[in-house]
Design a protein around this ligand. Structure first.
Ligand code: URA
Length: 278
């Protein structure tokens, strides 16, 4: 049998990226297979085995070891119940942020670099909610600071505003590893926090960006093509907030032909804001 050809450096990097290994831990590469703690023991155990140089690594040499949560994770039901209880009792946005900093019910916290709570003005009349932070957001601790964030800034400018007059958050406040889609359980656990965040900001208009945040917050199973551009209601339990879904900026970057529709949505939002007395 002919052995598979060794992958090229480009293929390996593409594989690492796909697996979520998207940043280097150090400036210089480190060959962990030459780690004296490991190599001599392995070689002594089986002298007939191929040299460590020839052996294929079972784990990428510079992939970070998976972070282990310090405590065992609570059961899904217990995590959702404690998220609800914690979020319900937060009297302010600062308190909510502190609660999230100490909340250990969501496994995403252990793989993310930091909490990505919000950006913008907590007194804003308009609030935008995306899905989950990506790599740049995870590094900076602020939502929408990467490429899609730059487009979101232009979308906000199309309404005649900037980040000082808008509030921006995500349904999920921790980056899922490798930007994978959050699981339904992770979404359920994080939901009470974003619901409380919306309640505390209490905007005149809520804009959900893309399918996941629209379906999660506005309780619809319809796709974004159907939901976008229509006025819906978001019920906080004590008040009804006007809500509109539009395309996620990351989607618009991939499919620029939908920008025309997104800009129609933004015009409708600008008009509604102008008609709502501050
Ligand atoms: N995409 C999101 O949904 N949120 C961010 O913060 C960045 C990218």
């Amino acid at each position: 049998m002919t052995p598979d050809p060794l992958p090229s450096a480009h293929q390996l990097l593409a594989f690492y990226l796909e697996a979520g290994v998207d940043c280097a831990l150090a400036e210089e590469p480190a060959n962990r297979l030459h780690d004296p703690e490991v190599a001599p023991k392995e070689a002594a155990k089986n002298p007939a085995s191929p040299s460590l140089e020839q052996a294929r690594p079972v784990r990428p040499a510079f992939a970070p070891a998976p972070a282990m949560p310090a405590e065992p994770m609570p059961s899904p039901d217990a995590a959702i119940a404690s998220a609800r209880e914690a979020a319900r009792t937060a009297p302010s946005l600062e308190a909510l942020r502190s609660l999230l900093e100490t909340f250990d019910g969501c496994a995403l916290k252990s793989t993310a670099t930091r909490l990505v709570f919000a950006d913008g003005n907590p007194k804003a009349r308009i609030m935008f909610v995306g899905e989950a932070p990506g790599r740049e957001e995870d590094i900076e601790g602020l939502p929408f600071v990467g490429r899609s964030g730059k487009l979101l800034d232009r979308m906000i400018a199309a309404i005649g505003l900037d980040r000082n007059a808008a509030y921006i958050a995500n349904v999920i406040p921790w980056r899922p590893p490798g930007n994978r889609t959050p699981t339904p359980l992770e979404t359920q656990i994080c939901l009470p926090f974003i619901q409380r965040q919306i309640e505390l900001v209490d905007p005149d208009i809520l804009v959900t960006l893309g399918n996941p945040s629209t379906q999660t917050l506005l309780g619809t199973r319809d796709g974004i093509m159907k939901t976008r551009g229509r006025w819906l209601n978001y019920d906080t339990g004590t008040r009804s907030i006007r809500a509109m879904a539009t395309f996620h900026p990351a989607y618009l970057l991939r499919s620029p032909s939908y920008k025309r529709m997104a800009w129609q949505d933004l015009r409708a939002i600008a008009k509604a804001l102008a008609q709502t007395t501050p």
